[in-house]
Design a protein around this ligand. Structure first.
Ligand code: KG4
Ligand code: ZN
Length: 316
């Protein structure tokens, strides 16, 4: 509910910033710069956050760094792992499912994206169908632990399509049809459906990531690194499957701890610090004039037939 979300941001942001400053043991005078998410996302919340950051920057005479939310995810692994550039990035969240080549701060090349639902969206919608709670990712992961993943053989999306694009909406439909074929689904049925769905989704994400590793082998010198980020990267079964597939090809797999995979403020501060270190801080009048963006792609798709362009909506 965008209206409610925006209102909550207004009501909570002052208290939240005061608490964060208090807990850090630092004062505003000790800060080097202020970083804030400037998009993409629900515009009301982004406006509130960016406006608060602008106010702090003006009041304390600090530089302001508008950050792309996706860049926060893209660089999040570098907070805790030795994720040196360049690396291949699988970014999987509630709104995005993308494969990117990350060459450095601000240097991203998109190899593939979803042509319909995002991975987190597929988890959330399937959980809803199965009467499980929200957010759907952790709910499905928990239900799947006691289920049989081989009970339903859900089809693999785009298996004959070239490139690294994803398609996840068919899987949700397959779950719905399977659930509807049962007169009254039992706990066991739900667990089996959750396990079969999760396994099919993991197979698809792994297959497309392996395709990207094969296509990009030459652009990365060893040690080749795969970084996984975004809320869905919190999924332990997926982390395990990606690790096994990548390591079999001699790639290192780096995933931040779950609390830095799902949305968090630390990764935005980190992206700001990385931008500051790379001397990518805009002049203050430019930063203050920066308007919040509902849509803000991190990278344009690369040209060429091998990779689909994906759709042009917010998920792109
Ligand atoms: O990155 P994030 O916190 O927010 C966005 O920027 O979208 O991602 C949220 C998504 C939700 O769809 C949620 O269901 C999913 O991440 N998620 C998971 C798990 N934890 C969160 N999906 C699968 N398994 C999980 N353990
Ligand atoms: Zn996110």
């Amino acid at each position: 509910m965008p209206e409610v979300a925006a209102r909550s941001h207004v009501e909570l942001i002052d208290r939240m910033i005061a608490q964060a400053v208090d807990r850090s043991g630092l004062g505003f005078s000790q800060l080097d710069a202020v970083a804030a998410t400037a998009g993409p996302g629900l515009i009301g919340g982004v406006m509130v956050g960016l406006t608060a950051a602008k106010a702090i920057a003006i009041a304390h005479g600090l530089p302001l760094i508008p950050v792309n939310h996706l860049e926060g995810h893209a660089l999040s692994a570098r907070m805790t792992e030795s994720a040196d550039f360049p690396y291949l990035l699988l970014l999987i969240s509630g709104g995005h499912t993308q494969l990117l080549a990350v060459k450095g701060v601000g240097s991203y090349r998109r190899l593939g994206t979803t042509i319909d639902d995002a991975a987190g969206e597929a988890f959330d919608k399937s959980a809803k169908l199965l009467g499980l709670g929200q957010p759907g990712g952790p709910a499905i992961e928990a239900a799947a632990r006691s289920g049989r993943a081989d009970r339903y053989a859900f089809p693999e999306p785009l298996s004959r399509r070239e490139g690294c694009d994803f398609s996840l909406s068919g899987l949700k439909t397959a779950v719905r049809l399977a659930a509807e074929s049962l007169p009254t689904p039992t706990q066991r049925d739900i667990a089996d459906l959750a396990a079969s769905f999760q396994a099919a989704l993991i197979r698809h994400l792994v297959a497309r990531t392996v395709r990207a590793m094969e296509l990009e082998e030459e652009s990365f010198a060893p040690p080749r690194r795969l970084v996984v980020a975004g809320g869905v990267a919190a999924n332990a079964a997926l982390r395990g499957a990606l690790k096994a597939a990548a390591e079999a090809r001699g790639w290192l797999v780096l995933v931040p701890p779950a609390k830095y995979c799902t949305d968090n403020g630390a990764m935005i501060a980190w992206a700001g610090a990385e931008r500051a270190a790379a001397k990518l801080v805009p002049p203050i009048d430019e930063a203050l004039a920066f308007a919040p963006r509902a849509r803000w792609p991190l990278a344009e798709p690369i040209a060429g037939k091998a990779f689909g362009g994906g759709r042009k909506g917010p998920k792109a």
